[in-house]
Design a protein around this ligand. Sequence first.
Ligand code: HEC
Length: 111
Amino acid sequence: MFNRFVRACVVLGMCIGWSAQAEDEVPRDAAKIVGEVCVSCHGQDGNAMVMGAPKLGGQKADYLAKALMDYQSGARNNAIMSAFSGTLSPAEMEAIGKYFEGQNSTLSVPK
Ligand code: HEC
């Protein structure tokens, strides 16, 4: 009886562990990540006015994804952004790039 209980717990534990792992691999929603992590500096649409934080709205998706990958790998050195890119998966960095590319830019060229 006890043995069967232990076995059931082990199997259940494996199932829970497996589903948790499977969930981890699903990229989180880009707009949600921005809203929770990046918004205070870059703004939800990538056009914040915080000193030193570049505008990201309307920037090319692959440029933004590469910037995030470079911060994470250390190829681009910035203490703030290496911390904030640290938990992003490659798929999430690409999704965030596409998300910001789809936003309007408030940058303009002088006429
Ligand atoms: C505490 C403020 C802060 C937060 C939060 C923050 N950033 Fe940044 N971000 C910066 C600063 C400052 C820079 C400029 C760093 C540099 O000089 O390389 C930057 C640069 C960037 C760049 C490079 C832009 C370019 O033109 O090369 C990207 C992309 C970026 N951030 C995305 C994000 C994303 C995505 C998040 C959320 C996961 C985030 N940032 C969170 C402050 C922040």
